[in-house]
Unconditional design. Sequence first.
Length: 119
Amino acid sequence: LQLVESGGGLVQPGGSLRLSCAASGFALDYYTIGWFRQAPGKEREGVSCISSIGGRTLYADSVKGRFTISRDNAKSTVYLQMNSLQPEDTETYYCAARRSYSCGNMEYWGQGTQVTVSS
């Protein structure tokens, strides 16, 4: 089972990025997927989560209204659309999976993709 993030990079404040989390080795349909982020010296923060059944979504208050999580089970990919990015969004972003109907402690993790917001 493998998760691979992509789509990170350098963007100016106010800009947008779309992160992708590609899953392989398992059927994405049965897994709830979460996005997390962490900067050096900071605790890991849950950013967003999308459930396996019904596609229910959760967002951290810090990103609500700016970020949108979605999934395409046919492509085994989960996306995180990030708009109105600010310097404080600069962190390494990780996707994670758990075989469950709801968000919670994750079982599998990707290697992360760096997002840098700077002028």
